[in-house]
Design a protein around this ligand. Structure first.
Ligand code: LMR
Length: 400
């Protein structure tokens, strides 16, 4: 049976992570996989997480099963974090939440739900979008199309083309939007643009599916959820997949949630029963540990405020790296304008170099980024940012 299987190509992001680990050059710079790093290049366990973990372990008396919906307390905390306290959709009982194995698990469960509700569904993703959106969503059997999004000339959103693309979609087309910190471009919608997209989605009867994997790392915890909160207040149906990997630093604990906003409490209950069935048929139940930590943090005022500060520090470090790298590149490569990097948000930007230049950066300078030239800004440090800018300048000049 297995003799016929062919070797799969490496994952574009995780394959790069393995190649970086195998590179023995001391100058190597990892701007590949999207994990936050401090100025020593470490991805530390957050202090709030460490404290919450100790409390969780001290209290835990059993490892018995929890449930396919996961930890109900975590789900409630996440609803308040994502939608905000007193959100009208929460007050009306229109939101149901299932804990999921990371943002990826949430995205896949959401896709499976769409497939059950609308077997002919097509989900429309931005051009470009996170590489793993494609296999995660289409793996459920739903179709995938693309709408215009990024404007390489300005480093911003090509909003006119985006709106023109969405305007053409049929009613009940699913539109995948990035809540904030667009992956891979860092180009986000402004609040005014979210409102315009809302008006179009309403007029065309489209179904928004919002992926929010970076809440707090863009402009602020509440600010980054602006689009989610607006859509959930104004629309009958919204799907929201959330990850706790980056903002809680819980990557390997696989902690995420899927929130479904629906029209009535009856439909919400039916949806939850479907989500339970989907979870049970794929992985039965999500892992508990990360969710228990997040619940502990969000339900304890002291831990929550410590966590809010830590997310703020991560966000500020990324913002100041953005300024710093633009200044360094302006000195090393003055012929090219990189100022767009400073206007973008979150962990990622497209550097805007071609694939040969990406390979030259990797092979000659040991600077790692994905082939589309996505860089993880948080991978820069005070002791490698100059080397990075000089390497880019040399590659742009066609030199070694
Ligand atoms: C990324 O985009 O690099 C992260 O979300 C990690 C991943 O799983 O791809």
């Amino acid at each position: 049976m297995f003799e016929r299987l062919e070797r799969m190509p490496d994952d574009p992001i995780l394959g790069l992570m393995a190649a970086f680990r195998a590179d023995a050059d001391p100058r190597k710079v990892d701007l590949g996989v999207g994990v936050y790093r401090n100025d020593r290049g470490e991805t530390p366990v957050l202090e709030a997480v460490r404290k919450a973990e100790q409390a969780v372990l001290a209290r835990q008396t059993s490892k018995t099963y929890v449930a396919p919906i996961g930890n109900a307390g975590f789900n409630q905390c996440m609803e308040r974090l994502v939608f905000g306290e007193d959100h009208p959709a929460l007050k009306a009982g229109r939101v149901r939440t299932i804990q999921a194995p990371g943002g990826c698990g949430a995205l896949r469960v959401g896709a499976e739900l769409i497939k059950v509700a609308m077997p002919e569904a097509t989900v429309h993703v931005s051009t470009p979008t996170w590489a793993n959106h494609v296999p995660l969503l289409t793996g459920s059997g739903i179709k995938l199309e693309r709408y215009p999004y990024y404007d390489a000339a300005t480093g911003g959103v090509n909003f006119g083309s985006m709106m023109a693309g969405l305007e053409k979609l049929p009613a009940r087309a699913v539109v995948l939007l990035h809540g904030s910190c667009h992956n891979p471009t860092g180009a986000d919608l402004s609040e005014a643009q979210w409102r315009e997209v809302l008006a179009l989605v309403t007029k065309r009867g489209l179904i928004p599916y919002i992926d929010m994997a970076y809440q707090g790392l863009g402009t602020g915890v509440a600010e980054d959820a602006f689009g989610v909160r607006l859509f959930a207040a104004e629309l009958p149906e919204v799907i929201v997949a959330v990850s706790c990997s980056k903002n809680f630093g819980l990557y390997r604990e696989r902690t995420g949630a899927l929130h479904i906003v629906s029209q009535t409490t009856q439909s919400a209950d039916a949806i939850l029963s479907q989500l339970v069935r989907i979870a049970r048929t794929i992985y039965s139940m999500p892992p508990d540990h990360g969710a228990a930590i997040v619940q502990e943090i969000l339900s304890n005022d002291g831990l929550r405020s410590a966590w809010t500060d830590e997310v703020g520090s991560m966000r500020n470090r990324i913002a100041s790296l953005r300024q710093d790298v633009v200044a360094r590149l302006a000195k090393s490569a003055p012929q090219r304008d990189f100022s767009f990097i400073e206007r973008q948000r979150g962990m990622f930007s497209y550097l805007g170099v071609n694939v040969d230049q990406v390979r030259a950066l990797r092979e000659r300078h040991h600077v790692y980024m994905t082939d589309d030239s996505r860089i993880n800004i948080a991978g820069l440090r005070s002791d490698n940012i100059g080397y990075f800018a000089d390497s880019v300048a040399q590659v742009l000049a066609g030199g070694k």
